[in-house]
Design a protein around this ligand. Structure first.
Ligand code: GRG
Length: 303
């Protein structure tokens, strides 16, 4: 199947999962509406798709039970999207980036006010762990892998990963542009959850060290290339395509790749990371086709 069609199919599968997980919650309507607003505003669903694709890499898609296995881990894929969406809601708050648009719509706090936006983020972060725990595998052989995957996700989203990246980003605004700070910020803020999603997709199925090593190295490169293209889009993109206001990094004095290395060198770095990532995946043979195409598509993304 054509890559774009396959990506769209996976995205719709995640969206269905998210809608059903958010429905029928016994919650206060206002905070639930705010959570649904940001989840349903769009988004590429990159992290859940990476998670499922990494799982496919170490599975046998021709097995009769394969779809059932995918269905069993869909809540974990959706949990990754909930964590990511919470981080965007909080990142957009006046106390952080103070942004007006996200995913082509007014940001959560613009619609619901700051207090409810904070709670909507908290609600999504908590719901991520609720749904993962609600769908624990009943087969005890699968339990260890599932819990290890949860641990990888918690680690990459928490103070060993994304939260520390955000903290460093805030500390560095309008500061001296140090290359080492840039590396720290982006490897934690963006790359950690991307690599976490990929690693979780592998470890939920197998503890194979080689596979885990390969997917981690791939994730590192994909995550950094993704961040470089994000920085470039912030310079060159427009609100319609991006779904958020461009130019905000410069306004806020943020450390970005183009600010440190210049545009051309940044583009080269992104493409080198993707080349390296693609060659790491070759060891998985044909099963890596989708992830390889996804990695290459990152270089040409416009949102
Ligand atoms: C608030 C703890 C906390 C963390 C926030 C995610 C994040 C950390 C900040 C967002 C700011 C930003 C532009 C980060 C760079 C890369 C990034 C994560 C972009 C947004 O992710 P996409 O492009 O968004 O996958 P969609 O909307 O497609 O899901």
């Amino acid at each position: 199947m054509d890559f774009n069609l396959l990506y769209q199919k996976k995205l719709e599968y995640i969206n269905e999962g998210l809608i059903s997980l958010l429905n029928h919650r016994n919650s206060h309507q206002l905070v639930l509406d705010a959570m649904k607003y940001s989840i349903q505003a769009g988004g590429k669903r990159l992290r859940p798709i990476l998670f499922l694709s990494a799982f496919e890499l170490v599975s046998n898609p021709n097995d009769n039970l394969f779809q059932k296995e995918i269905d069993a881990i869909r809540p974990m894929a959706c949990a990754l999207e909930m964590i990511h969406t919470y981080s965007l809601i909080h990142d957009d708050l006046p106390a952080m980036d103070n942004d007006d648009y996200r995913r082509g719509k007014p940001t959560n706090h613009k619609v619901f006010g700051e207090a409810i936006a904070i709670l909507a983020g908290d609600g999504l972060l908590n719901l991520a762990y609720e749904v993962m725990l609600e769908y624990l595998p009943s087969n005890t052989n699968k339990l260890t892998g599932y819990l290890k995957a949860m641990s990888v996700i918690a680690n990459s989203a928490g103070i060993s990963g994304m939260i520390s990246g955000q903290s460093a980003d805030i500390q560095n605004q309008d500061g001296d542009n140090e290359e080492s700070d840039l590396t720290y910020i982006h490897s934690h803020k963006t790359e950690a959850l991307i690599t976490g999603a990929l690693k979780a997709g592998v470890i939920v199925r197998t503890e194979d060290h080689e596979a885990l090593k390969a997917i981690s190295s791939f994730g590192k490169r994909l995550g950094l290339a993704f961040q470089i293209t994000d920085d470039i889009l912030d310079l060159k993109g427009n609100l319609n395509q991006l779904g958020k206001s461009p130019g905000s990094d410069i306004k806020k004095g943020k450390l970005t790749y183009p600010a440190i290395y210049g545009l051309e060198r940044s583009k080269k770095m992104a493409s080198q990371y993707i080349d390296e990532g693609v060659s790491i995946l070759q060891s998985f043979g044909k099963k890596a086709d989708f992830l390889i195409k996804l990695a290459i598509s990152i270089l040409n993304r416009n949102n």
